[in-house]
Write a protein that binds this ligand. Structure first.
Ligand SMILES: O=C[C@H](O)COP(=O)(O)O
Length: 248
């Protein structure tokens, strides 16, 4: 049985004070849940959030990392640096990183392998653009991204990866994929993983949906058979809304 995972991706939002106020507000409201609760914040907030999450069931993640251990990479942060401050998860290959920061399927793979080798849980994103969807390429695009992301990842490590299927046209637009459509693509991603590894491993890997998830639609999405969680941007920024998502 896969444990559901509800993750907030704050993107480039919040000061430390705002992040800590959010943590104070959600802690008592999410403490009883069976769902894995994850907050992925900008680098500047991570040490404070890790401290605030101590002794709770809330995990703290980064939104990116570099695949090298150290070196002349101005502006970048390594896996060891994240581990050093107590971060446990890292989003890799978000479409905004692919679109604005030249993230490629190859760097997604390098980062995923590095995260796993260090003991960080990678949340690996895939998803098609509107143009690709209209051209009927959704499954091909997701397959290409997933096959490359998992290249040279062992069977033992594969089940530690969390996948997030995020159709780009649904991100921050208010347009959600229908839960059936999202489930259909996610079931297909599971078939791709079964072919790469085994049915057993593919049944263990958690696959989230992301794209305009909000309290009003989270239950329907989470009721789908293959959807194991949500990666949420806008609706994760307010404590009330995030609590409703976790307690779907
Ligand atoms: O990482 C989160 C996704 O990009 C979804 O963002 P959104 O919930 O604002 O559509």
């Amino acid at each position: 049985m896969r444990k559901p995972i509800i993750a907030g991706n704050w993107k480039m939002h919040k000061t430390v004070a705002e992040g800590l106020a959010f943590m104070d507000a959600i802690k008592p409201e999410v403490s009883g849940t069976d769902v894995e609760v994850l907050v992925c914040a900008p680098f500047t907030l991570l040490p404070s959030l890790v401290e605030a999450a101590k002794g709770t069931n809330i995990k703290i993640g980064a939104q990116n990392m570099h695949y090298e251990d150290h070196g002349a990479f101005t502006g970048e942060v390594s896996a060891d640096m994240l581990l050093d401050i107590g971060v446990t998860h890292v989003i890799i290959g978000h479409s905004e990183r692919r679109q604005y920061f030249a993230e490629t399927d190859e760097t997604v793979n390098l980062k995923t392998r590095k995260a796993l080798s260090k003991g960080l849980t990678p949340v690996v994103c895939c998803g098609e653009s509107l143009e690709q969807r209209e051209a009927g390429e959704t499954k091909t695009v997701c397959k290409t991204q997933i096959v490359k992301a998992f290249e040279n990842i062992s069977l033992a490590d594969a089940s530690k990866v969390v996948v997030a299927y995020e159709p780009i046209w649904a991100i921050g637009t208010g347009k959600t994929s229908s839960s059936k459509d999202a489930n259909d693509v996610i079931a297909y991603i599971r078939e791709v993983l079964a072919a790469l590894y085994s049915t057993e491993v593919s049944e263990e890997i958690r696959i989230q949906y992301g794209g305009s998830v909000k309290p009003a639609n989270v239950e329907e999405i989470m009721n789908e058979t293959d959807i194991d969680g949500a990666l949420v941007g806008g609706a994760s920024l307010e404590a009330d809304s995030f609590v409703q998502l976790v307690n779907f």
